[in-house]
Each structure stands twice: as structure tokens, then as C-alpha cells.
Design a protein around this ligand. Structure first.
Ligand SMILES: NC(=O)c1ccc[n+]([C@@H]2O[C@H](COP(=O)([O-])OP(=O)(O)OC[C@H]3O[C@@H](n4cnc5c(N)ncnc54)[C@H](OP(=O)(O)O)[C@@H]3O)[C@@H](O)[C@H]2O)c1
Length: 225
């Protein structure tokens, strides 16, 4: 499948790499490809700049958000919480219409430092805001409750764990579930319509506290029933 991964951070890279290794044709989206490739500084997590990662993966093209989404059958939103809406606006409502849009973003506000607060919660969610702003896209909230590497390599934990999906379109959720199975996820819980994104986004304060307590991001939720 032709897939656009919007986002050049660790989530975008993890998704793009795994999807490409599974045989999909992947284009990564960014605001300004030239500027992204020209970065020489490590990112905020001390990881090498995008160009170093990209040089080892010549099959993965870098394009503007608009170009990447235009050529794709399925779009992944892996941009920052505040970047999600502008990035998707750059991709274009017309381009996103009819496509499955996997939204991994979290509405984290780091403006007052760490831990971040949620800039939307309780009675709304970023997933719902995106679905309302792009009513013809088939938004599926997924994978926002675990660290990037485990999103695409869950078996590395050595035990079964759980991922959640939420969205208004049954067919879109079925496609996303197939994709999640191809990554190695065996426990995918469907939380219903896109308002289920409220709960998965509001798991983030718990996830962040666990990361601090455990001293690692290499863990996941497992729903035992
Ligand atoms: N890191 C994790 O393990 C993890 C786990 C679960 C969920 N998430 C969520 O996944 C998303 C991606 O996380 P990340 O750590 O990979 O990267 P990130 O640093 O949160 O986001 C980087 C991406 O956001 C884009 N962006 C930032 N501001 C923008 C703006 N104003 N307009 C348009 N685009 C903008 C950047 O565009 P450029 O390419 O142009 O710079 C870049 O592609 C976040 O929402 C995060 O909360 C992350």
C-alpha cells in the first residue's frame, strides 16, 4: 500500500521504517523537506538529525505534508499535538477525503515544562477535533499509548500487551487492525467511536508517570480480562 507518514520525529521514523520493511511504499511528510534534511543538530531527545536516519533508508521519500498525503492511500498523523492541525491543513481536506487517517498524536502542552498538561480533554479530544476538522477523512485513533519502538515491534516486550483503537468508520478500523496485526499486536481493543480517543489521550499522564517511576519507556498497558 502507498502510505504517507506525516511526522519526522521518533514516531514518524519508527512507523515509516516498519511499514517500509513490510513492503509498503512510504513517503514521510514534513513542513519543508529541504530544511528538514539540512538539520545537523541532534533532536530534543539527543537522536541524530533526520538526514542521518534517511541516508540509510533511500526507499523512503521525504516530501511536504501535501505531497506525501496526495500520493497515499492511507495517512498516518505522527506530528506533535500542536502541529497536528496545521500539518493536516497543509495536507489538505480534499486530499484526506475518503482516506483512512491513523492519528497517533497526543495533545501534550509542554509550555510550562514537564510534566506536560493536556490541551484538550474530558469532553473532547484531539482525535475528535481532527475528525470534525476533516469530516471526510476516516480518522482512527491508535498507538498513542505506547512508545514509538513498541508501536511497531510489540513482541520486543516478551509478553502480550494491549493497544486501543477508536473511530467512527468500521471499515477503517478493520484496515487499521490488520495493519496493527502485521506489526505483531495481537490484542487490539476497539473503544468504539472517535470519542474513545478521550480515554486513550487521557492515559498519557499515567503513562508519563509510569515512565518516570520505572525509569524506562519500554513498557505497555495490558488489559487482563
Ligand atoms: N515519542 C513517542 O514515543 C510517542 C509515543 C506515543 C505518542 N506520541 C505522539 O506522537 C506524535 C509524534 O511524536 P514524536 O516524538 O515522533 O515527534 P514530535 O517532536 O512530537 O513531532 C514532530 C513532528 O511534528 C511536526 N510539527 C511540529 N510543529 C508543527 C507545526 N507547527 N506545524 C506542522 N507540523 C509541526 C514536525 O514537523 P517538521 O518535520 O516540519 O519538523 C515533525 O514532523 C506526538 O503527538 C506524540 O505525542 C509519541
Amino acid at each position: 500500500m502507498k502510505i504517507a507518514v506525516l511526522g519526522t520525529g521518533m514516531v514518524g521514523q519508527a512507523l515509516a521504517n516498519r511499514l517500509s520493511s513490510l513492503g509498503h511504499v512510504v513517503t514521510v511528510g514534513t513542513r519543508d523537506p529541504q530544511a528538514t534534511l539540512a538539520r545537523t543538530e541532534p533532536d530534543g531527545m539527543g537522536r541524530p538529525p533526520y538526514s542521518v536516519w534517511a541516508a540509510e533508508r533511500p526507499d523512503i521519500r521525504l516530501a511536504t505534508f501535501a505531497d506525501a498525503a496526495a500520493s497515499a492511500e492511507l495517512v498516518v498523523n505522527a506530528t506533535s499535538g500542536f502541529g497536528a492541525m496545521p500539518a493536516l491543513e497543509q495536507a489538505g481536506a480534499h486530499t484526506l477525503a475518503g482516506k483512512v487517517l491513523i492519528d497517533i498524536s497526543n495533545p501534550l502542552d509542554f509550555s510550562k515544562g514537564f510534566p506536560p498538561s493536556l490541551f484538550v480533554k474530558d469532553t473532547d479530544s484531539l482525535g475528535e477535533q481532527i475528525q470534525r476538522a476533516f469530516p471526510d477523512a476516516r480518522v482512527v485513533k491508535a498507538l498513542n499509548t505506547l512508545t514509538a519502538n513498541l508501536m511497531v515491534n510489540p513482541k520486543e516486550l516478551g509478553a502480550e500487551s494491549t493497544v486501543f483503537i477508536a473511530g467512527n468508520h468500521a471499515e477503517a478500523k478493520a484496515s487499521v487492525t490488520d495493519l496493527l496485526h502485521s506489526f505483531g499486536h495481537s490484542d487490539v481493543i476497539d473503544l468504539g467511536d472517535i470519542s474513545g480517543a478521550r480515554g486513550t489521550e487521557m492515559l498519557l499522564p499515567v503513562w508519563l508517570r509510569l515512565m518516570g517511576t520505572l525509569g524506562t519507556a519500554n513498557f505497555n498497558f495490558s488489559i487482563v480480562r
